[in-house]
Design a protein around this ligand. Structure first.
Ligand code: UD1
Length: 354
């Protein structure tokens, strides 16, 4: 069997790692196409190196742009690559512009398409990720769902016959990283804050960064917290804060460069709490049993809320109250699978290859 994976943005490299390992173990021929949506070394190369992912076979070098320009350039570049490789499966990951480009290119080339992390829904049509995942699910031949909730959404949209529950591949990566980093003493932030004495924050969604008032309210809430907040600043946040004239380094708030995966897990594990608008980090916090505050009006990962480990917060006072809330009750629940989702994905692909 031959599978072609299309990836391009940071969270997709994390998901690719266990899939690439499982493909290699199963003797599957695996072609990796990197669209180039993320190109900064700390958003891309560091994941390939740290997580032992095979080097991409093809790099499209697309880079940044408006949604249409970026997605369109990917489509143009993908057609000849998919045509050349004629794989048994094209595998699309998650919900970025690279995902929807892979999906459209594959179906138009009549190549079987599988969607990893299918069935997630925010029901927020303002999110670019929501269009990307809905479109990809509806054109894919095989929907690889991470959770029962995702399976329910797919069934509700008439897609049950093409759906299979495999678990969450991010759990596979997280559990092995947790074991690696738990051995080492996390003193990533030097004199600024020791273990348990800081909050770890990330912020990159357009809904939070692009409106100056919204960004200013979040920044002022984080600056007013009771412990240092280490803000791992995505380039989009740096650019938007500068153009809105919003100073990120103030009060308790300390901007910091993005971290590689192992350092991120170590930093989250040693923190007093995570504050984020990232989907992946909400789940990682839950799996590490670190309380999470999510700076959004909704989340796709509803299990984290239902189990008490994640709270949604929008306004200044909601953010302060959520971050400083008491630690939730412990839970043994495993809504995100057993850490072997990638092997299940490869088995499903092998089973259904033409
Ligand atoms: C993208 C995904 C989002 C995912 C996120 C993870 C879409 C629509 N969004 O958002 O789902 O959660 O990745 O990080 O696909 N930039 C750089 N260097 C880079 C990449 C981007 O400086 O290597 C800057 C550019 O100014 C660019 C901006 O960040 O315009 C946004 O990048 P883009 O890939 O369009 O979206 P993200 O916000 O990263």
């Amino acid at each position: 069997m031959k599978v072609l994976s299309v990836v391009g943005a940071r969270p997709q490299f994390v998901k690719l790692a266990p899939i690439d390992h499982a493909m290699r173990e199963a003797g599957v021929e695996h072609v990796i196409v990197h669209t180039g949506q993320h190109y900064d070394p700390m958003l891309s190369d560091v994941f390939f190196t740290e997580l032992g992912i095979s080097a991409p076979n093809v790099h499209l070098g697309i880079g940044s742009g408006s949604h249409g320009a970026q997605t369109g350039s990917m489509l143009t570049a993908l057609d000849p690559i998919l045509d050349e490789h004629q794989t048994d499966w094209v595998l699309a990951y998650g919900d970025t512009n690279s995902t929807v480009a892979a999906a459209l290119s594959a179906v138009k080339m009549h190549l079987p398409l599988a969607h990893l992390e299918a069935g997630l829904r925010s029901f927020n049509r303002r999110m670019p990720e929501e269009h990307n995942r809905v479109v990809t699910d509806h054109v894919a031949d095989l929907l690889l769902a991470p959770t029962e909730v995702a399976m329910g959404h797919l069934a509700h949209e008439g897609l049950a016959a093409r759906s299979v529950l495999v678990g969450d591949v991010m759990t596979d990566v997280l559990l092995s990283a947790r074991d690696r980093v738990s051995q080492r003493n996390s003193s990533l932030f030097g004199d600024l804050a020791g273990p348990g004495e800081y909050y770890l924050a990330t912020l990159h969604r357009a809904d939070n960064t692009d409106d100056p008032e919204r960004l200013a309210e979040i920044v002022s809430a984080l600056a007013a917290l009771d412990s240092p907040v280490i803000l791992l600043a995505h380039p989009r946040l740096i650019a938007k804060a500068a153009s809105h004239g919003i100073e990120l380094a103030r009060g308790m708030l300390h901007p910091h460069a993005p971290l590689g995966y192992n350092d991120l897990v170590a930093a989250a594990l040693s923190s007093a709490g995570v504050i984020t608008d990232s989907g992946g980090l909400q789940k990682e916090a839950f799996l590490l049993r670190v309380p999470c505050t999510t700076l959004r009006t909704e989340t796709e990962w509803t299990e984290t809320i239902d189990l008490g480990w994640n709270v949604l917060a929008q306004t200044h006072s909601e953010i302060v109250a959520a971050v400083t809330r008491p630690r939730p009750a412990d839970t043994e629940a495993v809504p995100y699978g057993d850490g072997h989702a990638a092997q299940r994905v490869v088995a499903e692909l092998l089973d259904r290859a033409r």
